[in-house]
Ligand binder design. Structure first.
Ligand SMILES: Nc1nc(=O)c2c([nH]1)NC[C@@H]1CN(c3ccc(C(=O)N[C@@H](CCC(=O)O)C(=O)O)cc3)C=[N+]21
Length: 287
């Protein structure tokens, strides 16, 4: 028996189609064009590819988008000024600062994310939106975890009453994933680098989410037969893109599994588009 492969392409296409329909209504009935600004600092090649993909996805469905490229040598103050002007810009409903920031600016990350107007925070990284998520207000949810939840929902995979295990506790994936699964009545365990007996805990999962950033970390022995395995990892190994799950091994045990590439990564961008439209609706008090 082999696992059902949860291909991101079809799910992402569906989300984009729904989002485009909302955009068309906003334009036709309210004369509003949703706008996204993506700030990229420095020359990280992977970031440049992601940002170009986001820009293209916006154009495809009718979101106005601006890419603001700043040199790595830019000071924190210049970046904060740029964010302040985007906060005031009526054409812009979503603001995203691509991570990781250059090393020289890493210490300022919290201050920079804090400077984004929470109403325009389409990454869901601002402390106000993080706090809202913890109390069940899911207005602007980080795109990757939101994409994982959307995929489970669209695939008809039930969550309530299930054992869910999240491997990884980052602010952008692991922690929001915990809150989202808990809000849908899963029993959620979060594992991390200091967890003892991680394999035994992972093996209890009906839904296993791997977000550790270590290539092929999840092996067959860590997966309960029939489990749903969601691979959030994006790692480069020998020039190839691989996830956190040893796909070839695990697909023979799992009930369903997301591939890398071609899995939840594709939903990340789709959810960014959806968040931008949500932000535009809220800012203009539509719906
Ligand atoms: N402020 C901020 N927000 C982010 O959401 C953000 C970020 N910074 N920094 C980097 C990570 C990573 N990320 C991905 C987006 C799309 C794919 C994606 O489309 N993946 C495809 C193709 C990947 C490829 O071929 O390179 C796939 O998995 O099939 C992956 C990863 C967003 N991130």
């Amino acid at each position: 028996m082999s696992a059902q492969i949860l291909a991101g392409k079809n799910f992402a296409a569906q989300i984009k189609e729904n989002t485009k329909r909302d955009i068309d209504v906003l334009k036709r009935d309210y004369d509003i064009i949703p706008g996204l600004a993506v700030i990229i600092v420095g020359e990280n090649p992977a970031s440049q590819v992601y940002v170009a993909n986001k820009h293209r996805a916006c154009a495809e469905i009718g979101i106005y988008s601006e890419v603001i490229h700043m040199p790595a040598s830019i000071g924190k103050d210049a970046l904060l000024d740029k964010i302040a002007s985007l906060n005031e810009n009526d054409k812009i409903h979503g603001i995203l600062v691509q991570l990781p920031l250059p090393d020289a600016m890493k210490a300022d990350e919290a201050e920079i994310l804090n400077a984004i107007d929470p109403a325009k925070d389409v990454d869901g990284f601002h402390p106000v939106n993080v706090g809202k998520l913890t109390i069940g207000d899911e207005h602007l949810v980080p795109c990757t975890p939101a994409g994982c939840m959307k995929m489970l929902e669209m695939a008809g995979i039930g969550i309530a009453g299930k054992q869910a295990v999240v491997i990884g506790r980052s602010n952008i994936v692991g922690k929001p994933m915990f809150h989202l699964l808990l809000a849908r009545n899963a029993t959620v365990t979060v594992c991390h680098s200091r967890t003892g007996n991680l394999a035994a805990i992972a093996r209890q999962a009906d839904i296993l989410v791997a977000a550790v950033g270590k290539p092929n970390f999840v092996t067959k022995d860590m997966v309960k037969p029939g489990a749903v395995v969601i691979d959030v990892g994006i790692n480069r190994l020998d020039g190839k893109l691989v996830g956190d799950v040893d796909f070839e091994q695990v697909k023979s045990v799992a009930g369903a599994i997301t591939p890398v590439p071609g899995g939840v990564g594709l939903l990340t961008i789709a959810m960014l588009l959806s968040n931008t439209v949500k932000a535009a609706c809220l800012i203009h008090q539509v719906n």
